[in-house]
Design a protein around this ligand. Structure first.
Ligand code: APR
Length: 311
């Protein structure tokens, strides 16, 4: 019996397989890919397992359609669902994806009651609430991936604009994962130097707009798929923060219980992420216009939440 960590990735599609690849390459633990399509998780897992010697990565990657094979996982990542088509908003996926997410998170939690759940399926802020209800787990152990992806996109655009290392660009995005996301440009910095001292306002505005539309830009190019490499890497970053008990301060959809004056919903906020999941939500003092944009974004999440069937 392996004593390595166990990571279950539900949905062995584009994003699930990408997350599996990054996690295995970083030797975060053994990876179990789960999917309803017979042969898909097994085939992708086998392909990844065969790459392991080239990466010198000791991580067992297996594929399954049986929840029993996922039992005892430390982390469960949920990517199961349907992706966007060109012209679709993330919210339009709600009808189909909420059933899928409720079913898979309930079954996964029954098999791995101690796991930390990271939800990626869109609309992610709403799907986190679906997972919270379906699993009955404490909110600290159910949260989403959105802000890590949004900030890596912003960082990539800024680094390319400035022609500096991507490593040194730091940024924070608040709010729902959608067109209303709130990049906190005021706090963005490159190696400790405020972004506003390095780039003119028009260039910063361009990077912000591109970040907002980054998912749609890729759907528009791929046509039959949405982005999966950066989303997979973002998931891996969060899995690493949990399994290495890092205490990373990252933006993510987290359950609010009075923070920012909001309760009973998930939206993107800075969290401290460690082995137990969300250790705490960090409240950033906001300027009036930032606060207004954040509340507008949260309102959008709340209205999508109201579309969910109760019970
Ligand atoms: N149980 C397990 N897997 C499921 C289920 C289910 N009930 N329903 C669907 N799936 C699987 C599909 O078989 C597919 O392999 O989920 C996988 C989704 O993969 P893709 O279609 O390739 O979609 P992907 O691009 O990975 O996006 C998945 O992430 O970005 C979001 O909005 C996107 O919700 C979508 C999700």
């Amino acid at each position: 019996m392996s004593r390595r960590h166990r990571i279950t990735i539900v949905g062995a599609g584009m994003t699930g397989a990408s997350a599996a690849q990054w996690c295995a390459a970083r030797e975060l633990g053994d990876v179990v890919l789960f999917d309803v399509v017979e042969g898909l998780p097994q085939g992708k897992a086998l392909d990844l397992a065969e790459a392991a010697p080239l990466l010198a990565a000791d991580a067992r990657v297996t594929g399954t359609g049986s929840w029993a094979d996922t039992a005892g996982s430390d982390v469960v990542v949920v990517t199961a669902g349907v992706p966007r088509k060109p012209g679709m908003s993330r919210r339009e996926l709600l009808g189909t994806n909420h059933r899928i997410v409720a079913d898979v998170t309930k079954a996964a939690a029954a098999a791995s009651p101690d796991a930390v759940f990271i939800i990626l399926t869109n609309p992610v802020d709403v799907m986190c609430s679906v997972a919270l209800r379906a699993t009955g787990l404490p909110p600290a152990r159910v949260f989403g991936q959105a802000g890590v992806l949004d900030t890596t996109r912003f960082r990539a655009f800024v680094a390319s604009e400035l022609d500096v290392s991507v490593e040194d660009v730091h940024a924070l995005v608040l709010g729902g994962h959608g067109d209303t996301m709130v990049p906190l440009v005021r706090l963005a910095a490159v190696g400790g130097v405020p972004l506003s001292a390095l780039l003119p306002p028009e260039a910063i505005a361009r990077a912000v707009e591109r970040t907002r539309g980054a998912g749609a830009e890729i759907v528009g190019l791929l046509k039959n798929a949405s982005a999966y490499c950066a989303p997979g890497a973002a998931l891996c970053e969060m899995v690493a923060a949990v399994l290495h008990d890092k205490g990373r301060l990252l933006p993510a959809p987290a359950y609010l219980q009075g923070e920012y004056g909001l309760s009973g919903l998930y939206t993107g906020v800075p969290i401290v992420l460690d082995g137990g999941g969300v250790r705490r939500v960090v409240e950033v003092p906001l300027q009036p216009e930032e606060r207004a944009a954040f509340l507008r974004s949260a309102e959008e999440v709340r209205s999508a939440l109201a579309e969910l069937p109760q019970g």
